[in-house]
Design a protein around this ligand. Structure first.
Ligand code: NAD
Length: 295
């Protein structure tokens, strides 16, 4: 392997430390800690794990964290009523409704109810629109974390060719907007893209957010490109066990790239760290306090 390993775990730890300092300053300014509320509907085991780790990370950063659980059978009206009560609660700075939601509930209706000023996941159309027109916005955590890693690795991204594989509202589209905001020449590739390997070969920056294990091959990577692998895929391993792999065939791609994120330990740890960051940013903005620098 010739590529530098991009250590998302270490970067995320540093960011969490800076967030903890910012939370102390907020406490001094506002007389209370920044507050995040996570809402979980149902008992999905993966979602429960995410929600627990978000709460723990929040408390470790000196922030207030509350969990609201609704039963799997909860109605859309019940969930929307809860979101409205959280919108009205002055001590709540961030509201996160854990996805996926049970089938009787329309995600869009729920996310559309969250006060955009408290939308720390950055999924509300108002925040998506602000990002698109280059205004201050709360930006989805995973792509913002990817951008932080890229800027840390490369500095100025101006003029670089970036290819984002995947066009989801959660990762691909906001990632493309962020890279455009850094003056990259951005291509969004997706399941209908023709000759994907050729498209990827033009990229100085490749962000893979597909959800297909090791789909991006080494010979798709331009020598010296920087590769950010968002994918988290569980695949069978020896002795009936499983292991996590990304969307990029790591060993092959690392032989071509100048830098690459591993899975696990790359993008994954950034998501929660950026969620904490977004909560402090939202908290200061809501109270009209000066924005934090360096977050
Ligand atoms: P998604 O299923 O919503 O979107 C996948 C995208 O990939 C789609 O836009 C689709 O067009 C594209 N795609 C599918 N097959 C393709 C193909 N053959 N060629 C090119 N493009 C193709 O997924 P998502 O929510 O954007 O997540 C993508 C991956 O990132 C998943 O593995 C997910 O687990 C992971 N993820 C990781 C984090 C993290 O914290 N690291 C956060 C969110 C998502």
């Amino acid at each position: 392997m010739s590529a530098t390993l991009i250590d998302g775990k270490a970067f995320a730890e540093g960011l969490r430390g800076r967030v903890a300092d910012a939370a102390k300053r907020f406490q001094a300014d506002a007389g209370r800690a920044p507050g995040l509320v996570v809402v979980l509907v149902g008992e999905d085991p993966a979602s429960s794990v995410y929600v627990r780790s978000k709460g723990k990370a929040c408390r470790e950063a000196g922030m207030e964290s509350t969990e609201h659980r609704l039963p799997e059978t909860a109605s859309q009206e019940e969930l929307i009523a809860l979101v409205k009560s959280l919108n009205a609660d002055d001590k709540v700075d961030g509201i996160l409704v854990q996805l996926p939601l049970p089938s009787q509930i329309d995600d869009k209706a729920v996310i559309g109810t969250i006060d955009p000023a408290k939308d720390v996941d950055g999924f509300h159309v108002v925040n998506a629109g602000r990002l698109a027109v280059g205004e201050d916005a709360l930006v989805p955590c995973t792509p913002l974390g990817c951008l932080m890693l890229l800027k840390d690795q490369l500095g100025d991204l101006t003029g670089m060719n970036a290819v984002v594989i995947g066009r989801s509202n959660i990762v691909g589209k906001p990632m493309a907007q962020l890279l455009l905001g850094e003056s990259c020449t951005v291509t969004i590739a997706h399941s209908r893209t023709k000759d994907l390997p050729e498209v990827v070969r033009r990229a100085d920056i490749v962000v893979a957010a597909v959800g297909r294990p090791e789909m991006v091959k080494g010979d798709w990577i331009k020598p010296g490109a920087v590769v950010i692998d968002v994918g988290i895929n569980r695949v069978p391993a020896a002795e009936g066990k499983t292991r996590l792999v990304g969307d990029v065939a790591f060993d092959e791609a690392a032989a071509q790239a100048s830098a690459i994120t591993p899975v696990p330990g790359g993008v994954g740890p950034m998501t929660i760290a950026v969620l904490l960051r977004n909560t402090v940013v939202a908290a200061r903005a809501r109270l009209g306090l000066t924005p934090e620098v360096g977050l």
